[in-house]
Design a protein. Structure first.
Length: 115
């Protein structure tokens, strides 16, 4: 099993920044794809950013140029730096680890962007 624990959510004003972190434990491997999803009220969960073991990244169009995902394979952590936050970024953010077709999820952390 894999356990994922997120931290770093909170309330921020539009234009502000937040950094989310996720600590992975258990049978985690650097070969897993790591990612961040988010789910806003009344909407489907969507992939925000992902990163594979080589460091190659992928971003949703809505966050390109504003969010940066990174990982530390030695420490089994993945982070999401979020800049220039907008009210539409408000959601619960979930850390995800993907091994083949098996998804592992964290409990989620709330990000609220509001003045």
């Amino acid at each position: 099993q894999v356990q994922l624990v997120e931290s770093g959510g909170g309330l921020v004003q539009p234009g502000g920044s937040l950094r989310l972190s996720c600590a992975a434990s258990g049978t985690i491997s650097s070969t897993f794809r790591m990612g961040w999803y988010r789910q806003a009220p009344g909407k489907q969960r969507e992939l925000v950013a992902s990163i594979i073991s080589s460091g190659s990244t992928n971003y949703a169009d809505s966050v390109k140029g504003r969010f940066t995902i990174s990982r530390d394979n030695a420490k089994n952590t993945v982070s999401l730096q979020m800049n220039s936050l907008k009210p539409e970024d408000t959601a619960v953010y979930y850390c995800n680890a993907l091994n083949g077709f098996i998804h592992y999820w964290g409990q989620g952390t709330q990000v609220t962007v509001s003045s």
